[in-house]
Design a protein around this ligand. Structure first.
Ligand code: CAA
Length: 258
């Protein structure tokens, strides 16, 4: 696939980075950009050299939402026929961790894209919001589901009903983002963190991500049962033998990702 709206790079060993690249439209998410970003993420996910993925925009905007100019002429039947939102489900298939590095605007679909990621690192200028109500519509790519789970339904409703924006410090306080860094360093810090994760034994990384993602789908007893099975499975890897041997022999482990 030839990419028109994204850039891809590997900024550090084991790290695959996808950058939204429609700066003149504040990275508004059109279906092609979404498809390109998912294709690039799937490629990194399948790449044995890569252990952790990053999605980012630019300093001014992660993404200012779905492309309003494209949606303006569409009616309900056209929206249902195109069914672009179902395509967003492809993101759930990614097995490796994905970090959103967010600076500036993360609105509407941009906020929803960031929330789909496993966690978010923000710059001090990051602003999160779900302004769809100001367009006479509602969030459609997970805002009504993921935002209440992240920050509680009362505040999430105010964000969606009153177009309240959450600035970086409050997003940090609420646990919506894991870190806030100056705009000059947030991406380097995200790459360093992704590099740290990429250097961990990859099968264990994926088993942990897989189990944590089940928390929203299972009761606690079912989740504990699921975790237990992943835990037992991790005992059959070469990295388990290496990790425990290295601890006992007081030396750093040499991971083989097997
Ligand atoms: N779609 C299409 N174009 C967009 C856009 C969007 N979501 N957001 C910004 N742009 C374009 C603007 O039209 C403008 O283009 P022109 O120069 O050609 O006019 C360019 O990006 C720069 O934007 P502004 O001049 O508006 O920049 P600003 O700094 O004055 O304002 C902003 C920034 C507050 C983010 C403002 O652009 C804005 O409100 N954008 C729309 C945000 C929004 O409503 N997002 C929700 C979309 S619906 C959705 O996402 C549905 C869903 O759940 C999937």
């Amino acid at each position: 696939m030839e990419y028109r709206y994204i850039l891809c790079e590997t900024p550090a060993p084991g790290v695959g980075l996808v950058r939204f690249n429609r700066p003149q439209a504040l990275n508004a998410l059109n279906p092609r950009l979404i498809a390109e970003s998912f294709a690039a993420l799937a490629d990194f996910d399948a790449d044995e050299e890569i252990g952790c993925l990053i999605v980012t925009g630019n300093d001014r905007a992660f993404a200012a939402g779905a492309d309003i100019k494209e949606m303006a002429e569409r009616n309900a039947i056209e929206m249902m026929t195109a069914d672009d939102i179902t395509d967003w489900g492809a993101f759930e298939q990614l097995r490796k961790p994905v970090i959103a590095a967010v600076s500036g605007w993360a609105l509407g679909g941009g906020c929803e894209y960031a929330m789909m990621c496993d966690f978010i690192v923000a710059s001090e200028t990051a602003r999160f919001g779900q302004p769809e109500i100001t367009l006479g519509i509602m969030p459609g790519a997970g805002g009504t589901q993921r935002l209440p789970r992240a920050i509680g339904s009362r505040l999430a409703l105010e964000v969606m009903l009153a177009n309240r924006h959450l600035k970086a410090p409050q997003a940090l306080q609420l646990g919506l983002v894991n870190h806030v860094f100056p705009v000059e360093t947030y991406l380097a810090e995200t790459i360093a963190l992704a590099g740290k994760i990429a250097a961990m034994p990859r099968i264990a990384v994926q088993l942990i991500k897989d189990a944590v993602r089940k928390t929203g789908q299972m009761s606690l007893p079912d989740g504990l049962d699921y975790e237990k099975k992943n835990f037992y499975l991790s005992f059959d890897t070469e990295d388990k033998r290496e990790g425990m041997a290295a601890f006992i022999e007081k030396r750093p482990p040499q991971w083989r990702n097997r």
